[in-house]
Design a protein around this ligand. Sequence first.
Ligand code: GLC
Length: 463
Amino acid sequence: MSAAADALFKDIESQFLLTRDQLAPIIKGFIEEFKHGLKTPSKGLATMIPSFVTKLPNGNETGTFLSMDLGGTNLRVSAVQLQGDGRVDVLEVKRAATTELKTGKGSVFFDWIADTVEELITKKARHLFSEEEVSAKKTLNLGVCWSFPVDQTAVDRGTVLRMGKGFTLEDVEGHDLADLMHAAFERKGLNVKLNAILNDTVGTLVAHAYSNPRTRIGLIFATGINAAYPEPVESITKLSKEKRDSYPAGTEMLLNTEIDIFGGDWYLPLTKYDKILDDNHNQPKFQLYEKMLSGAYMGELTRLIALDFIKAGALFGGHIPEGFGEAWSFPTANMSMFERDTTVNREKSMEILSNYQFVNSPTLEDIAILTRICRLVATRSAALASVAIAAMIEQQNLHNKTNNDIIVGVNGSTYEFYPFMEERMHRALREWFGVELSDRIRLEIAREGGSVGGALIAMLCRD
Ligand code: GLC
């Protein structure tokens, strides 16, 4: 490797391989933000949003329930059959939200959702519903998993806050999600009642509690990152005293932390690359922590670092390949391929690079450098995701309170499909908590958290 590459790696490693000393201020900062969010009303860019979910399933519940799950890319509408013993069966209709839908009129977007619900009830899962339900004579209950911030006022009411993930819908922010959905259902003649709104993190925690009732954290690590955990109602002082007193003493409520928007530059170790990414983003200064680590951004961070190597003449012979110079032109999925590619001549990686045009063909050394950059970015992502877990363990005092395993339900493509992510997260947790405690932290995959969680909360909150 060239001296220029060596020097650059040294510099970048010192910023991206976070040591215990560098993790400490972030964890402290997060815990301070938890405390602040617990007392600050959920307006505007809210954090620590109460879910009004105070019950967890025990795994024995049965029945068929509807759920809808909207994430950054896909809409899933499902009929979830709870079979008891922690087992579920899901039938879903899945649709991709196009940019046109994501950036257009709210009413058009919600009509599209209503059409998908109709398709599930009248076609795909027709056999699971009665004649009255299909012909809209009888009401069907729906749990809506909304992977965006919502200011919840009750389990089934909530004002849509700023959405992120490329959504800029007209006439949606500031409106009640239940009203927007019911209006669309009415336009389609559907008799569907939204009786639970939940963030995907809350859904993940609840869905995982169905198979492991000891779950104490729900983490999403996908396009975005966010987490939920139970907090004693008496500590959630942003709720009125009257509201808090209406729950039996000792009740815990799941909180959607919206940890994605945590992180001022006074404690996040933002690098020059994070700052460039943020400056070029259509929502600058928003979700700074999320931008440092989640699936939507890892590829772009890698590209920005690679550009510095190219400029120093240490990569691709010093020429920016055509197609590589534009922001967002290196998707995170490419990184997974590079890190996973064990072929001798790195054929898979070469194939990815063939999407760009080079002055001189890329060499094996180029690929080795690019892969090492991917590893650094992904290792930092893992450490930063673990920091959220560590902060929630400390906030709940789980590290002192129990000798049992600490169960974290994790959902999301970045966690599930990015190579070595789980190992890297464990390594960061070990760095922070030491071997003994970190061995008790179980990161368990909670698949279909949104759909199953939505159905479970719709069931738990039926009137
Ligand atoms: C974003 C959203 C948040 C969601 C997370 C994971 O950060 O703001 O509500 O939970 O992505 O999908």
